[in-house]
Design a protein around this ligand. Structure first.
Ligand SMILES: [Zn+2]
Length: 270
């Protein structure tokens, strides 16, 4: 196994400015991850999305160096996302959608101005999706640097489907379910095993043919993200976290970061 690059060689917040100036010459690629600070049930910390998305992005950059000997840099995560649908749960911190777009745009355009030639935006929170689209377009229009948006680090690879590692199936894999709980265990977070929900939450849906959780609805086309409050549709988590394990979390982290590695290898050729 190739020895992994120390974080002070490619994670910007751990580097000095002269080191960044030199390192950015190797590929010119920077990953800008955006997460969220929102409630994740009674058993996971508020930082869950930001921790997961940063780790997946960081692993992909480390693997890129292992494969090519050249560096992709990882910017500090934008820790806050659009989490207004979680605001009734104490501890959730949300930006307004317009603010998120502005923060993302300023962070990415600033990095481009300093010389990064290719920006890869990654997101680890579903509530960010439409706003990351808006931001990516504004960034694209504001710089000569290339811009790619990976809307979700929950990437699916049809040659190696990560959901095969789940013991509860996709039904158990939503917000704060088996997937996120397993990953946080793998990251060594103090998951509250003692208060972990013993039963899958009941998804309370007013339009059963149009809303689904964990699978496709019967009739598609209805946009729901951002038009509900979490307490109205579930109990703060979805699926079944009781199936979670360190082993599953590690496998999923490897799968997602391998997918992002493939993206970086192709981006590097542009
Ligand atoms: Zn989450």
């Amino acid at each position: 196994m190739v020895e992994e690059l120390p974080i002070q060689k490619y994670v910007i917040q751990e580097m000095t400015s002269p080191e960044v100036r030199e390192a950015m010459k190797e590929t010119g690629i920077v990953i800008v991850h955006v997460g969220s600070m929102e409630q994740h049930g009674p058993h996971l910390p508020i930082k869950t999305d930001t921790s997961i998305g940063f780790e997946v992005s960081r692993r992909a950059a480390a693997k890129f160096h292992g494969r090519t000997g050249r560096r992709v840099l990882v910017a500090p995560s934008i820790p806050f996302g659009m989490s207004l649908h979680h605001m009734s749960y104490p501890g959730t911190v949300s930006l307004q959608p317009e603010t998120l777009v502005t923060v993302m745009t300023e962070v990415c355009l600033g990095l481009a101005r300093q010389g990064f030639r290719k920006i890869l935006i990654t997101s680890s929170h579903g509530g960010n999706q439409m706003w990351t689209d808006m931001a990516a377009r504004k960034i694209f229009d504001g710089t000569d640097a290339k811009v790619l948006l990976l809307k979700s680090v929950w990437t699916k690879n049809k040659d190696d489907d990560w959901t095969r590692h789940l013991k509860s199936g996709m039904q158990g894999s939503g917000h704060a379910g088996e997937t996120e709980t397993s990953i946080m265990m793998a990251l060594g977070a103090p998951v509250r095993l003692d208060v972990m929900p013993r039963e899958p939450t009941k998804w309370r849906t007013p339009l059963p043919d149009f809303w689904a959780h964990g699978e496709e609805p019967k009739i598609s086309g209805l946009s729901t993200m951002g038009t509900y409050n979490v307490e109205d549709v579930c109990d703060g988590y979805m699926g079944d976290p009781t199936y979670a394990s360190v082993e599953t979390g590690e496998k999923i982290l490897e799968n997602w970061s391998d997918n992002i590695l493939e993206l970086l290898l192709q981006y590097d050729t542009l």
